[in-house]
Design a protein around this ligand. Structure first.
Ligand code: ADP
Length: 445
């Protein structure tokens, strides 16, 4: 500023000095005329620059800065620097905004920003997925119009947003969302959604499981408790009643023992820190042992046969495979009426090896087959209980099969019988070649 004043003062002083020098030589009018002409030139110079400045301000680009001279050089230079600083901070702000957007896009949770009237301002891809929104198309739309859930609309209108709300079937599917509404600034809101479908499913399974276990334990405990109460209430012991009740109580105790044993097996199989061992397992030996177990279980009521057409072993955990195959054999005997047939077999099928148990028993209607491996799923609850079933046998089989990268094939026809096959992939099979054990034998009993 002082520079402008001093420049102006110097120019005016110079014009005045020249005018004063002219005065004695050319007379007063000429000297005054000269001074006035200089003032006019200075005025024109400033007006010209003012016009340039006002034109440039209409579109102030640093590269289009007009040419200038004198004090205006400094003024335009100051504008130029101001503009450059502004451009730099603008691009810094844009970069920061883009960073925030990118972070929002990468968030594993859904994010929707709505204004005071619940109109969508922005949403990230996860929110598009959760609520079926379209980030381009739905900007400006009412979020309550697109997410038509009364409890969601209520929550948006309520002031206390502390608790997340659970939205089911937000997109009409089986998606379950936990949605938190966070107010910010004057009246805008941030809607944060998280997919909790798996968590809810596990929670439902846990509740069902506890209910099922309690239900399974209640009957035997009621029976045992009933007998014990009767015996305790007797004034004089009734040896006959005691003699009759002891085997019944011991049956129920056995049932509880079986249930607890199966539950422990399942929990061991499910524990994450317990991967399946991988050691060579002699399946033909297991099949032979199970064949003898089947004969004992059947007690002569069935025709039991063993078909050993493969000498292959598999890589896996022997106790787990023994328990899974044992469950299949015990089921075949339990669900096959006297006079029926049960066949155990171990065969090579292409590169794969198959352990199968076939029976000519009661069979299973097709609608039940996909659910057989669910815990406590039984086609006929009464029959399962009568024969000492826990409802966990096939759940154990499924776990063991999965842990061995194998697959369980089930075919069945009501009234004609069932076939349960555990198919081991080539990667698990240790072929007889290269091993020094006995050659392939076929045994039919
Ligand atoms: P359970 O202890 O009740 O036998 P499982 O898990 O072993 O439980 O089997 C589940 C259900 O599958 C059984 O209750 C039964 O209804 C059916 N099931 C299993 N194996 C057979 C089979 N070989 N023949 C007919 N039904 C079977």
């Amino acid at each position: 500023m002082t520079k402008i004043w001093s420049q102006l003062a110097v120019r005016l002083a110079a014009a005045a000095v020249v005018g004063l020098l002219l005065w004695p030589v050319s007379g007063a009018p000429a000297a005054m005329g000269f001074f006035a002409a200089i003032l006019l030139l200075m005025l024109l110079h400033h007006v010209r620059h003012l016009v340039r400045l006002s034109r440039w301000l209409a579109d102030p680009r640093p590269e289009a800065l007009p040419a200038s001279s004198g004090v205006w050089e400094d003024v335009f230079a100051a504008f130029y620097h101001l503009l450059r600083r502004q451009r730099r901070s603008e691009s810094r702000l844009t970069a920061t905004l883009q960073d925030f957007r990118r972070a929002g896009m990468a968030m594993p949770d859904g994010l929707v920003i709505v204004d005071g009237t619940n109109q969508i301002e922005w949403c990230n891809p996860k929110a598009e997925l959760h609520f079926g929104l379209d980030a381009q198309r739905d900007v400006g739309q009412l979020v309550t119009y697109l997410v038509r859930q009364p409890q969601f609309a209520d929550a948006l209108d309520t002031q206390g947003y502390a608790e997340p709300l659970t939205l089911r079937s937000a997109r009409g599917g089986d998606l379950i969302l936990s949605v938190l509404i966070v107010p910010y600034e004057a009246n805008r809101k941030l809607i944060i959604s998280r997919d909790v479908t798996d968590r809810e499913r596990v929670e439902t399974m846990r509740r069902d499981f506890v209910a099922n276990v309690s239900h399974e334990l209640r009957t035997p405990l009621t029976v045992i408790g009933g007998f014990l109460e009767t015996i305790a209430d007797m004034e004089t012991p009734n040896p006959e009643l005691i003699r009759r009740s002891v085997p019944l109580m011991s049956d129920q105790a056995k049932r509880m023992q079986n249930l607890v044993a199966d539950l422990l097996t399942l929990s061991r199989l499910e524990s994450a820190g317990n991967p399946a061992r991988e050691e060579p397992v002699n399946v033909p030996d297991i099949a032979r042992a199970l064949y003898h177990d089947a004969l004992a279980l059947s007690a002569g009521r069935h025709k039991v046969t063993l078909v050993l057409e493969s000498a292959a072993w598999v890589n896996g955990a022997e106790d787990e495979l023994r328990s899974a195959f044992g469950n299949l054999v015990s089921n075949a005997i339990r669900y096959t009426p006297a006079g029926g047939e049960v066949q155990l077999s171990w065969q090579d099928v292409g590169d794969e090896a198959v352990f199968a148990v076939r029976d000519t028993g009661i069979g299973i209607a097709p609608q039940h087959v996909p659910r057989l491996t669910e815990r406590f799923y039984r086609v006929d609850r009464g029959r399962s209980r009568e024969t000492g079933g826990t409802g966990l046998g096939l759940a154990i089989v499924k776990h063991v099969v999965n842990r061995h990268a194998a697959r369980l094939d089930v075919t069945s026809e009501p009234g004609r019988g069932s076939s349960f096959s555990v198919v081991f992939p080539a990667t698990r099979v240790i072929a007889a070649r290269g091993r020094s054990d006995a050659p392939v034998r076929s045994l039919r009993a």
